[in-house]
Design a protein around this ligand. Structure first.
Ligand SMILES: *Cc1c(COP(=O)(O)O)cnc(C)c1O
Length: 227
């Protein structure tokens, strides 16, 4: 089968699973955005996504995002992985959203460099694994005092990665993130805090059931699609 057709089939199957999860949770499909993660494929393959109607694309490494964004300009790029402060300047003009602001210093550096409003999410280590970066759940509300000082940076919500385990076992992580967002909202009623970026190939249906507005999928899209 040709690769374009295979990708189209994968997208159709994923779309059906997203729709079913939305229906179970009594949510509108329009409240969930698929961010297609292109980190494992070439720019030529990634380019098929906008052609098939998927415009939100995610990369976890800034340099790879720079490379792909240069050749795929009809997409909204999301940075979903670690950002070093010396890569902020070059990344900012290229991205729609940075999901992975994992420390206060990075938040302030983005604010210092941004020439226009930029949407970001705070990454939370909600699963508690030592290998994961992000704010500890207890630190999130301590960011509240900074939020009102930001001019360009719009903190729009929270992001997390669940531990690799059964989807059902990921549920408490997603519930924790949702409850943290509710706390943050209560503490910052003037801010538009409306996004939860959670759910990957392994666990996206549970994430949708628990309120995900952005799901980040790689593996399920590229299965069987070869270069
Ligand atoms: C790779 C990656 C994903 C996608 O993971 P899959 O399991 O392949 O769907 C999502 N989020 C982040 C931060 C990633 O690095």
């Amino acid at each position: 089968m040709d690769i374009r057709q295979k990708l189209r089939d994968n997208l159709a199957r994923v779309e059906e699973r997203i729709a079913n999860a939305c229906a179970r949770a009594n949510r509108k499909r329009s409240g969930v955005t698929l961010v297609a993660v292109t980190k494992t494929v070439s720019p030529d393959l990634a380019k098929l996504l906008p052609e098939l109607g998927v415009y939100d694309l995610g990369e976890n490494r800034p340099q790879e995002l720079w490379r792909k964004a240069a050749s795929i300009t009809d997409a909204r790029w999301h940075l979903i992985g670690h950002l070093q402060r010396n890569k902020v300047e070059k990344t900012l003009p290229l991205v729609t959203m940075i999901h992975s602001v994992d420390r206060e210093r990075l938040l302030l550096e983005i604010e210092r460099q941004a020439q226009r409003p930029i949407d970001v999410l705070l990454e939370v280590n909600a699963s508690g694994e030592l290998s994961k970066s992000g704010f500890n759940p207890g630190e999130v509300t301590s960011v509240v005092s900074i939020l009102s000082t930001l001019r360009q940076v719009q903190v729009r919500g929270l992001m997390t990665m669940a531990a690799l385990q059964t989807p059902e076992a990921c549920r408490p992580t997603f519930i924790l993130l949702r409850e943290l967002l509710e706390k943050l909202r209560a503490a910052c009623p003037k801010h538009r805090l409306d996004h939860l970026s959670m759910g990957m190939s392994n666990d996206f249906e549970v994430a949708i059931e628990e309120g995900a507005t952005l799901i980040r999928l790689g593996t399920v899209l590229w299965e069987g699609v070869e270069a």
